[in-house]
Design a protein around this ligand. Structure first.
Ligand code: TRP
Length: 333
């Protein structure tokens, strides 16, 4: 009925290649969300600078991430897929919002506490104000909804607090974003330590399946997946975290319910089950990898899309930024 679509914003840091967890937990759902929302998805390269990067690898990884967005099925014609650092409004709004954010609230961020413990030799100011840049990302596009995992919920809350504070002083400048709740993305755990989230920084290289792992590697990692001493394919995250994680993965890839999966493997051993999950994942990743290779081989097409999308993003972001500058009383150039 010609009703305008709501705006949805999200993005991933531009570091390293993605895991199956990033894909099933976020990317795959973004593809569905892009049918119902006007979507902006950023390659969050400015955020990645809070940790020291190797410039050459970093640049490559950022471009790879963009190609993975597209290969996973996000159309750069129907969504705005762009690089955060190509739109200077992000850094500008982040500065202004810094002046509306308190040290105390940033100090309470659990991710800041975790990351400063992990990178004790580099507790930089960017790490501290990370959530303010993230708030700028979201608010620049007047996003209504932000799909975020549990680890980012606190960041969305501070974004809302900052936006409400600003609106309280200057009137309705920012849309207050809601966390996107809906068909939540599957939370995928490590294959070698199912109590932990699947992560590219897993010490055990068999713990995380990478999106660009070839078929044999995928099968091998699933074959080695940690299970338990029982031998029943039954969903019970408390008592059977490994098997439950595999059920989650299988059901998320095939679209089957957990009950269907339990029934399918009733009376069958873990060996057969793990092989089936590996096959299903490899089948799911194959077309994505093929598309990725194709995109990387004909770079000019991708580069043209990047240019267009950077411009689309900048157009929207600058509209908000101009309004903000005017409200706070900065002079016009
Ligand atoms: N902090 C997010 C993460 O690490 C990435 C991110 C940056 C983001 N800006 C954002 C996510 C804005 C959603 C909206 O996952």
């Amino acid at each position: 009925m010609g009703e305008e679509k709501k705006i949805l914003y999200s993005g991933m840091q531009a570091t390293n290649t993605l895991t199956l967890g990033n894909y099933l937990g976020a990317l795959k759902n973004w593809v569905h969300l892009s049918e119902d929302y006007t979507c902006f998805f950023g390659v969050m390269d400015l955020h990645s600078l809070t940790v020291r990067q190797n410039p050459t690898e970093f640049r490559q990884n950022a471009k790879k991430l963009y190609a993975l967005y597209v290969a996973a099925g996000l159309s750069p014609e129907e969504n705005v897929l762009y690089f955060q650092s190509h739109v200077s409004a992000h850094a500008e709004l982040a500065w202004i919002l810094n002046c509306f954010t308190y040290m105390g609230e940033l100090g309470r961020m659990t991710q800041f506490k975790d990351k400063s413990a992990k990178h004790a030799d580099n507790v930089n100011a960017g790490l501290f104000t990370y959530p303010v840049l993230m708030a700028a990302d979201i608010l620049l596009y007047q996003a209504d909804a932000v799909p975020v995992g549990a680890d980012q919920k606190q960041h969305l809350e501070i974004c809302r607090d900052i936006a409400e504070r600003f609106n309280g002083i200057y009137g309705d400048v920012f849309t207050i974003p809601e966390p996107y709740i809906g068909k939540a993305g599957a939370r995928i755990q490590s294959l070698s330590d199912p109590e932990k989230k699947m992560s590219k920084s897993d010490e055990n290289p068999n713990g995380a399946v990478m999106l660009l792992d070839d078929r044999d590697t995928v099968l091998r990692k699933f074959k080695r997946a940690v299970t338990d001493s029982e031998s029943a394919v039954r969903f019970d995250p408390e008592k059977k975290p490994g098997v439950s994680n595999l059920i989650n993965i299988y059901s998320s890839v095939t679209g089957k319910t957990k009950e269907d999966v339990e029934a399918e493997f009733d009376g069958k051993g873990y060996g057969e089950f793990k092989a089936a999950v590996g096959e299903a994942v490899a089948d799911e990743l194959a077309p994505l990898q093929k598309k990725y290779e194709k995109l990387m081989a004909e770079k000019s097409w991708l580069e043209e899309r990047i240019r267009e999308n950077d411009q689309k993003a900048a157009y929207c972001a600058n509209k908000t930024l101009r309004k903000v500058k005017k409200k706070v009383g900065l002079t016009e150039p």
